[in-house]
Ligand binder design. Structure first.
Ligand code: CS2
Length: 494
């Protein structure tokens, strides 16, 4: 039996930074794999170059297992950088405390409120922002939001936690702070700021009057683009750490070698020197965000759904099928790329070539069911604006329609259709509602219309585009009757 990874057992040279006496200047919400393979690695690089009180108090939203394991390991865990050429191991030592938000909501409020906290980072997924796709605003019907507006002591939603933490701050010392969204949402900083303000605007008048002007003065919400493919942990990753370090790590994180972080340099109370880890600071994050959100994430969704329907367990397995690769190139080059302004210094051809290289990383084994998960919230970030761009120019974007059709066939198959095990493994907050609608609606056209025009799976303006709705419905029928390859062929023939 191997010894657990810990400050005492870690071989010298593996750890990114010695954390004895590290002060806690950051709070992180969303202690998942992505955070540990991305912001934690950049913070370790920053601390290696320039000392500072930038330790991280991290909260998992619910996962007790990860927090329990990290606590047994002195909050250390390995990042495995996996490529077909081999695996590199690092241990970014930046965490000073780990807790489960759901178990101790008051601790989240206190941590955000602490005077020493200068940056609050978020990786809570698209699903964590409790906004309504129909209004693009805070979802005031969400039971968690309603609870958090009523009860200030134990917030359950991320927006509630932020606002209650900020109120606590304002009342105890009013020191400025930065809230930094690191999720795949367009204009993630602005959106987080709006959600926080919308929540604040629902508070009693006296609280609003106190909070809103202070938010303007003292709280910064920079936008950022984050990029690194980070799959879920499996036993093979634990074994790899055992082999490499001779230590037991229950929660190592696999990641691709590629990593990118582009941020607006608008911090209210300082920040770690993340550029030491390669982060890029710019006044114009948006073109990077859209480039990544559409070319990588948008295309990723299509690869995941077509791949899963064709029986592919992983993204590399999916993209190795010629029809999936062809559809991915078509959606990326013909439908997403024309909607973008390519940022200065980025060469589109090399960016695209690199994307296909990253997706083909067989050693990483990124699962189609993982990328395909939460499509009901992800697609709304990826598809609507590009679709509307083409529709306004008089064309129906065939592969965007195919993306939506393939998604629906995965999570809400038409009666009698079996999408296979990889689609069945996709978790989605809307799965039950969509599947129920599919089961009770005889005509595919009526089903798709219900999903897009009534449920607003995308945005209401896409739902109102009859030609798009019709094309999605036709492609759902082709997938159901003849499979994903036939539908991809139809989409490219149109
Ligand atoms: C993926 C992303 O699951 C998904 O939706 O598209 O997690 C993707 O791997 C990352 O954004 C890469 O940076």
């Amino acid at each position: 039996m191997q010894q657990p990874i810990s400050a005492a057992t870690l071989p010298p040279g593996v750890r990114g930074h010695h954390r004895t006496g590290l002060g806690t200047g950051q709070v992180h919400l969303g202690l998942g794999n992505f955070h540990r393979a991305h912001q934690a690695v950049y913070t370790a690089a920053a601390l290696a170059e320039e000392d500072g009180p930038w330790g991280v108090h991290a909260f998992a939203s619910r996962s007790r297992a990860v927090v329990a394991a990290l606590r047994e390991q002195d909050l250390l865990s390995a990042v495995l950088e996996i490529s077909p050429g081999g695996t590199a191991v690092t241990v970014p030592a930046v965490h000073t405390r780990a807790d489960v938000a759901a178990d101790d909501p008051a601790a989240v409020v206190a941590a955000i409120g602490a005077e020493a906290t200068r940056v609050v980072t978020l990786t809570v997924t698209e699903n964590g922002y409790t906004y309504s796709p129909a209004t693009q605003r805070l979802d005031l019907d969400d039971p968690g939001v309603r609870h958090d507006l009523r009860d200030g002591r134990a917030p359950t939603t991320v927006v509630g936690q932020l606002v209650r933490g900020l109120q606590h701050r304002l009342r105890s010392h009013a020191a400025p702070v930065t809230i930094l969204s690191c999720d795949n949402l367009s204009a993630n900083g602005e959106r987080t700021a709006s959600l926080v303000r919308e929540f604040a605007a629902e508070l009693p008048a006296a609280e609003q009057a106190e909070l809103l002007p202070w938010l303007d003065r003292a709280v910064a919400f920079p936008s950022s683009m984050v990029d690194r493919i980070v799959p879920a942990t499996t036993g093979a990753h634990r074994e790899a750490v055992g082999r490499r370090l001779g230590l037991r790590d229950l929660v190592p994180v696999p990641a691709e070698p590629f990593s990118m972080w582009v941020l607006e340099d608008a911090f209210a109370a300082g920040r770690p020197r993340w550029e030491a880890g390669g982060a890029l600071f710019t006044d114009h994050v948006e073109p990077y965000e859209l480039l990544k959100l559409r070319l990588l994430n948008g295309t990723h969704s299509l690869i995941a759904y077509l791949g899963a329907l064709a029986g592919a367990a992983t993204i590399p397995d999916a993209v190795a099928r010629p029809f999936v690769e062809q559809a991915a190139r078509a959606v990326l080059l013909d439908e997403y790329a024309p909607t973008l302004t390519v940022p200065d210094g980025v060469d589109l051809d090399s960016y695209v070539a690199q994307l296909f290289g990253r997706w083909a990383n067989t050693a990483l084994g990124h699962r189609t069911s993982q990328v395909g998960g939460d499509g009901s919230v992800k697609l709304a970030q990826r598809v609507p604006e590009p679709a509307l761009f083409h529709l306004a120019n008089g064309g129906v974007p065939q592969h965007l329609a195919l993306t939506v059709a393939a998604y629906l066939c995965c999570v809400a198959p038409r009666p009698g259709a079996d999408p296979g095990p990889h689609a069945a493994a996709m978790r989605d907050p809307a799965r039950e509602r969509l599947a129920e609608r599919s089961a009770r609606t005889g005509s595919t056209r009526a089903f798709v219309e219900g999903v897009l025009a009534e449920d607003h799976l995308l945005t209401p303006d896409v739902g109102a585009e009859r030609a798009f709705v019709e094309r999605v419905a036709e492609l759902v029928d082709v997938i159901t009757a003849h499979g994903p390859e036939a539908a991809a062929a139809e989409a490219s023939a149109a």
